[in-house]
Design a protein around this ligand. Structure first.
Ligand code: ZN
Ligand code: FE
Ligand code: FE
Ligand code: FE
Length: 195
């Protein structure tokens, strides 16, 4: 199909997003089933609910713009989901699987952030402020989903590996959970030691 005007290009982008989100609505329940971390499972299920609402927003936008958003396939999302599937097939350890799924999911979120960001800018340029609002809401959800995934890797997946290792050695030092351990310069380090 030819895309010969900027309004047509926005519709084309919306179709791509509609396909991407629809593929995710199908895939996320299967992915949630495979992960072992309860926090990760919950995050995926929460984002599935958000994703369904994101599909509805795109349908709302289609009504506002009086266009169709179906009829296109987002090949990038197809590829990203294939990569996620590869990890599921190849991981032989639960934590490896969880961390690998997060990495795949973050690629998905970043793709969506890029796509919603450009679509929002296009809608802004065309003066469709109601559409801008809806796209922005979804963009914020994608950003929050990405950040949540980072937190889960940091707090759930890698700490559990560290704890297992220190339990094995039995002489691991107590880690004060409240004490942040930033990378410090020598000067800051020595003034800290004097305290
Ligand atoms: Zn896409
Ligand atoms: Fe989404
Ligand atoms: Fe695409
Ligand atoms: Fe998302």
């Amino acid at each position: 199909m030819k895309v010969s005007s900027l309004p047509d290009l926005l519709v084309d982008q919306l179709k791509d997003l509609f396909s991407a989100e629809s593929q995710l609505v199908k895939a996320l329940p299967k992915i949630a089933k495979r992960v072992t971390s309860a926090a990760l499972k919950e995050a995926i299920q929460e984002h599935l609910a958000e994703t369904k609402n994101q599909v509805s927003r795109l349908e709302q936008i289609a009504e506002i713009l009086d266009c169709k958003v179906s009829g296109k396939k987002c090949k990038a999302m197809e590829g990203l989901l294939k990569e996620g599937d590869e990890i599921i097939q190849s991981a032989t350890d639960d934590q490896v699987l969880d961390a690998g799924i997060v990495a795949a999911a973050q690629r998905v979120e970043h793709y969506e952030m890029a796509a919603y960001g450009s679509a929002r800018t296009m809608a802004e340029g065309l003066g469709h402020n109601d559409v801008v609002q809806l796209l922005q809401e979804t963009l914020e959800e994608e950003k929050a989903a990405d950040q949540k995934l980072t937190t889960i890797v940091e707090e759930e997946i890698y700490p559990s590996i560290t704890n297992e290792n220190s339990n094995d050695s039995e002489n691991g030092e107590e880690v004060d959970e409240d004490e942040e351990e930033p990378v410090m310069s020598g000067k800051q380090q020595s003034s800290r030691n004097r305290r």
